[in-house]
Design a protein around this ligand. Structure first.
Ligand code: HEC
Length: 142
């Protein structure tokens, strides 16, 4: 693992290229083509670099999987049963709730009910995201 060094080498390459580019006075078109070609080197993410992770997460917008949302927004209550939440994996806790019908259970997850906050406080989640997470919880509670 010598990524730091190889990135430094790439950076040197970019700097040298930049000097060559300015020295030879290339056209804007050529410059754009070169910039495009070297761009990926600048966007290399090093493993364990948390700043890259944040960039990926913030640009992802909405591409979160139900499992991700569960782990971020629901697990705190639904893994432990906090505040009387039906636990994921506890089939008995869910079967009674399903008597109301799946649509009602979805609606309660989206709008909140008693100790259940609306959307589990996932304000960036769409209704469909929340439904998908409910499906995920139910699938894992059989
Ligand atoms: C602050 C704790 C808390 C969080 C966070 C939370 N829940 Fe809940 N949830 C509860 C509690 C408490 C109940 C039981 C409410 C009741 O029926 O009185 C509940 C009930 C539910 C139910 C059953 C609704 C019904 O009709 O019986 C679903 C589905 C549900 N939660 C989904 C989710 C999802 C999906 C998330 C994450 C996006 C989430 N919850 C996050 C506490 C929480």
């Amino acid at each position: 693992m010598n990524m730091l060094k190889s990135n430094a080498v790439k950076l040197m390459g970019i700097l040298l290229l930049g000097m060559a580019v300015s020295a030879h006075g290339v056209s804007d078109k050529q410059r754009a083509a070169i910039e495009e070609r070297i761009a990926p080197a600048g966007s290399v993410c090093m493993e364990g670099d948390s700043s890259c992770g944040a960039a990926v997460a913030s640009s992802g917008g909405g591409a979160k999987s139900p499992e991700d949302i569960y782990n971020t927004n629901c697990m705190a209550c639904h893994a432990t049963g906090a505040a009387g939440a039906p636990k994921m994996g506890d089939a008995g806790a869910w079967t009674g709730r399903m008597d109301k019908g799946l649509e009602t259970v979805y609606a309660n997850a989206i709008n909140g009910i008693n100790g259940m906050p609306a959307k589990g406080l996932c304000m960036s989640c769409s209704d469909d995201d929340v439904k998908a997470v409910v499906d995920y919880i139910l699938d894992n509670s059989k």
